[in-house]
Design a binder for this molecule. Structure first.
Ligand SMILES: [Zn+2]
Length: 276
């Protein structure tokens, strides 16, 4: 009897070690994401959200020299499904607002270094620039036609930045209105996002099924809404490095670091380097 007890105890301990060992083997991925907006040649425009072409190039060359390899959202999804091997030092390049400068200035530099990325477009703005015909790297945003071309070139994939909720007023972005019921909120947000998806479809723009929340405004309710609509991920503006385990839900809270003007690449990215 005594031996039986010892045997059972030993068996339980061995099982525990086996389980622990399996958990420890589970691959976690450290994925920092950088967020850009407009890039301009005009020094009077440089600020927290507008950087120079030289700064963008310096960033890319710095990351390249440190062995970082970019992935896009589709690759992240493929990794989650076990269909893509992560590089040793993955990171993601994201652009918000769909400026023409993303295509004109950033994309050629990324292509040169073998990087890819993702850009969030605003449906109503694509409409506006399709109508006014403006296509100026300094001043314009992508038209539907330019968005189609960008998606087809494949260096930068596209994602949702809402149809027309990119407003820095009350409520900011996708936030809930004061006094708005959950039903009203769900209806308002899903109507906007459906309009975005049908706008992309009608204009032949292929988008990744992810959303960048305008101004980073999000809450638990909108996470549920975008999940129910079939979005597979969401980008916030929370400045944190993503540590991913492969759990689908974690892709709905992807943190990003906004890259402002006036800081060296080395100083900006050192918070990433400390994680390797
Ligand atoms: Zn934005």
């Amino acid at each position: 009897m005594k031996y039986l007890k010892i045997f059972i105890l030993a068996f339980m301990l061995a099982s525990l070690f086996f389980l622990e060992g399996n958990c420890a083997e589970k691959e976690t991925v450290t994925l920092p994401i950088v967020m850009y907006h407009h890039i301009s040649n005009d020094p009077s425009k440089w600020n927290k959200y507008v950087i120079s072409i030289e700064e963008f190039r310096a960033d890319m060359e710095y990351l390249y020299s440190k062995g970082f390899e970019s992935i896009n959202f589709s690759q992240l999804l493929a990794w989650q499904k076990g269909e893509f091997d992560m590089p040793e030092k993955p990171f993601m390049i994201s652009f918000d607002d769909g400026f023409t400068s993303t295509a004109a200035y950033a994309e050629p530099i990324m292509k040169e270094l073998g990087f890819n990325g993702i850009a969030a477009i605003i449906g109503s703005v694509c409409d506006e620039f399709s109508q006014n015909g403006e296509n100026d790297a300094e001043l314009s945003s992508l038209s539907w036609e330019e968005a189609v071309k960008m998606a087809e070139r494949g260096t930068i994939e596209l994602q949702c930045h809402t149809w027309n909720l990119h407003k820095n007023t009350n409520p900011i972005g996708c936030s809930k209105r004061k006094g708005e019921s959950s039903e009203e909120y769900r209806y308002r947000i899903s109507s906007d996002l459906s309009k975005f998806l049908s706008g992309c479809r009608e204009n032949g723009v292929e988008v990744a099924m992810s959303i960048a929340y305008p101004f980073g405004a999000y809450n638990e309710e909108i996470s549920d809404i975008v999940m129910d609509m079939g979005f597979l991920g969401a980008f916030t503006c929370t400045e944190e490095i993503n540590v991913l385990t492969g759990e689908p839900k974690e892709l709905y809270y992807l943190g990003r670091f906004n890259r402002p003007h006036g800081i060296s690449s080395e100083n900006f990215f050192k918070k990433w380097e400390n994680n390797y």
